[in-house]
Design a protein around this ligand. Structure first.
Ligand SMILES: *Cc1c(COP(=O)(O)O)cnc(C)c1O
Length: 413
């Protein structure tokens, strides 16, 4: 394997044919970390709903296996297996930042003594804003209630030991830990099980933003005992721009009658919902967090993609391929671009998913990115100085990686 060519690796890849299940823009598409590629079957799944809408109209809510009133249930089984959860712990709803707010309403319960939220200094801006505004909503001040954990000076990624130290240090004042599963900028995977255990040991709740983790790395949210998690599905889950997001709430919380939550009619039991009375009769699962009837068209597209995940053997099979792609990508970078391009993503497989965070050492990162765009390489630029590129095992080939490295070699001085 160590010296195998891209052609040899593609020929030996049992998942190679899944590339044909996607419509890919012309060029090299390495930006599934931002917007996953379009599954061809998404058109069919969405068209089915257009046809139902056109032919039976409002009856589509109640009619047949695809009834819109329970459409979200069609996603639950596959989403649960992707995040490692029970079926009553996962629901597709809303958008990511909305779900983060809904979870903070429930799981951030500050008291005078215990009022702090721990996040990281490079948190995605939306996550930072959500935490800050929730703190203000409770009449508190982010200056004293928000702990922003930074990597050590001169380092890019958080050391797990520093996270545990911060948790222990703020111990009795810590209400909530909210960290990414995979950090969006560096691609670092955080040790979610250990962080959860450390948080629980001091009496804090622990939630994760899995925007860059879901569909990328293997997850076991239930067994890790995570309190809640949120994610979007337009990145590695390929559901299309702005499509429906997802939520995990651990089983021990889903039917908790005292947990605060924002309520809507879609959180009530379907049997009593349409009686239209005003007694909240919660579904005894995470579905009780649902507010509104569901965005069917984007859910149809997500179903299309989840069926491809299942056909490919799920995240475990995809991760197996991803690890081979990571080894190949590392080797090609080392052989070709050592000293000119560095990857700030951690080296150990347990600390990384498929995303690379590349830094051009001559300081011309932005110009390099623009040259890549001119070559129709799809990757992305993240200020201050990183080019993110993610070979996605479901549709990227080893050849994509090889050609990407060859182009970089040509354009980086
Ligand atoms: C992509 C991403 C978002 C985007 O939030 P939306 O509500 O979907 O617009 C938020 N947080 C993280 C960590 C992300 O990676």
């Amino acid at each position: 394997m160590t010296s195998a060519s891209a052609a040899e690796l593609d020929a030996a890849d049992p998942l190679a044919t899944f590339r044909d299940a996607f419509e890919l823009p012309q060029g090299i598409y390495l930006v599934g970390n931002s917007l996953g590629a379009m599954p061809k079957n998404a058109r069919d799944y969405v068209n089915v709903e257009f046809d139902r809408w056109g032919s039976i109209g409002v009856e589509g809510h109640f009619s047949g296996e695809l009834a819109w009133k329970s459409y979200h249930e069609l996603l639950t089984k596959q989403l649960s297996s992707i995040v490692g959860a029970n079926h009553d712990e996962v629901v597709a709803m809303n958008a990511l930042t909305v779900n983060l707010h809904l979870m903070l309403i429930s799981f951030y319960q500050p008291s005078q003594a215990r009022h702090k939220i721990l996040i990281e200094s490079h948190a995605f801006p939306s996550d930072h804003f959500a935490a800050e505004s929730q703190i203000r909503q409770r009449g508190l001040d982010p200056a004293t209630s928000l702990i922003v954990l930074e990597p050590r000076p001169g380092e890019e990624t958080l050391r797990p030991d520093d996270i545990y130290t911060a948790i222990a240090e703020h111990g009795h004042e810590l209400a909530l830990i909210m960290l990414p599963g995979v950090q969006y900028y560096t691609g670092q995977v955080l040790p979610m099980a250990d962080i959860t255990a450390a948080g629980h040991a001091v009496g804090a709740k622990v939630g994760f933003d899995l925007a860059h983790a879901v569909g990328n790395i293997e997850l076991s949210l239930h067994d890790w005992d995570v309190d809640f998690a949120v994610w979007c599905s337009y990145k590695y889950l390929n559901s299309g721009p702005g499509a429906v997001a997802g939520v995990f709430v651990h089983q021990r919380h889903v039917a908790d009658p005292v947990l605060p939550k924002l309520l809507g009619w879609w959180g009530t039991k379907p049997e009593t919902r349409f009686q239209m009375d005003t007694v909240f009769d919660p579904i005894p699962t995470v579905e009780s967090w649902q507010l509104s009837n569901a965005p069917i068209l984007s859910m149809a597209a997500l179903r299309a993609s989840l069926d491809l995940f299942a056909a490919a053997g799920g995240v475990a099979a995809l991760r197996k391929k991803s690890e081979l792609q990571i080894a190949f990508f590392d080797r090609r970078l080392e052989e070709t671009l050592a000293g000119r391009v560095e990857n700030i993503t951690p080296k150990a497989l347990s600390e990384r998913g498929c995303q690379y965070a590349l830094r051009v050492t001559n300081g011309n990162g932005r110009a390099t990115f623009e040259a890549l765009e001119d070559e129709r390489v799809f990757c992305d630029w993240r200020a201050p100085d990183v080019i993110r590129a993610a070979p996605v095992p479901l549709y990227n080939s080893f050849d994509d990686i090889d050609r990407f490295v060859a182009i970089l070699d040509r354009i980086v001085l």
